[in-house]
Design a protein around this ligand. Structure first.
Ligand SMILES: Nc1nc2c(c(=O)[nH]1)N[C@H]1C(S)=C(S)[C@@H](COP(=O)(O)O)O[C@H]1N2
Ligand SMILES: [Mo]
Length: 199
């Protein structure tokens, strides 16, 4: 009993500072999908960045796998209030994908196989803040968690981390995505508890 409660308190203390307001910790990995899981064979997968000047940069699965990779360990926070600490991923920094992209746009709309979309400022995708990942916890990313590849933007609520990511459209004007249209906050900072429109 003593040992159990000491262990529990120890973990709570470490976790609390890393837990945004209103969130609780989970050890499992919940699945939240607004529709069915799309199945994308690697030979048909591609990722694209479309600029406001109508230029498209494309990567096939093979080309994506040849890019330099990183292994970020990050905390993730879902708007339904679960948070998961120290999740381990492997993938490509958006900084690498944006290296040759010439743009003056400030807004990004991320779009997925299956039709999901989410919007965020382009700057929130750059400078080491976001990755396209294809591995989680040392294994290939499961389809239900977004495999073959998903976006992760850990500093924003997890609905911004589009699963089955297909591309990013850069735009001069902001354009709300799936949940943003349905009343979720346009930006979604978990530390400022920006869950819904008006928060
Ligand atoms: N394509 C797509 N991406 C998505 C979603 C979705 O429904 N479709 N749900 C979002 C939400 S609300 C959350 S919390 C996370 C859930 O990711 P997980 O199922 O791997 O936990 O994915 C986000 N990305
Ligand atoms: Mo979510």
């Amino acid at each position: 009993m003593g040992i159990i409660s000491r262990g529990f308190r120890g973990k709570r203390r470490g976790g609390d500072e890393r837990l945004p307001p209103g969130q609780y910790l989970v050890e499992d990995f919940p699945v939240l999908s607004a529709g069915p899981t799309p199945r994308i064979p690697p030979e048909r997968w591609e990722f694209a960045i479309d600029t406001e000047a109508e230029r498209t940069h494309r990567w096939s699965w093979e080309e994506f796998l040849a890019l330099p990779r990183q292994t970020p360990t990050v905390d993730i926070h879902c708007v339904t209030k679960w948070s998961k600490l120290d999740t381990t991923w492997e993938g490509v920094s958006l900084d690498v994908l944006f290296e040759d992209v010439d743009t003056a746009a400030e807004h990004a709309l991320v779009y997925s196989y299956g039709g999901y979309t989410t919007n965020l400022p382009l700057e929130d995708l750059l400078d080491g803040k976001a990755w396209i990942v294809h591995r989680f916890g040392g294994e290939d990313l499961e389809p239900r968690h977004g495999g073959p590849a998903r976006l992760i933007v850990p500093h924003l609520y997890f609905w911004k981390s589009a699963k089955w990511v297909r591309g990013i459209r850069l735009m001069d004007e902001d354009y709300p995505g799936f949940w943003e249209t349905a009343g979720y906050h346009n930006y979604g900072d978990p530390w400022r508890e920006q869950r819904y429109e008006g928060d």
